[in-house]
Design a protein. Sequence first.
Length: 122
Amino acid sequence: MAEEERNINVELLTFKGEDCLKFSFIGQFTVDDAEFGVSEWKEVFASAGDEKVIIIWDSKQMTGFENKARVIWQKAIKDFKKQIDCVWLISDSKIIRAGAKVMSAFTSYSLKVVNDESKIKF
């Protein structure tokens, strides 16, 4: 069976000398995308132990999100907050930025918003 088409790509990478978990969103962020992303997130965090991880959400190609997908994502953030160093959001969209800021208000992680990956600074 062919791999299911997803609107999210998840990768563990070294960026500017730091280990990061990067989520790239394309198009509409759906419940299926959220569930897939959270399962990948759990796997990476399980192998990281107590080490805190930098998260990058590349939302430059995201066009929007289903409300239930946001709820699933928000729950994951609460579940993983002890392992999150900070979250970098890359987006030009005021709606996506506002949604991310609302999520960060309910958790203790640091959200930093930039409009281009090159502006991320550790």
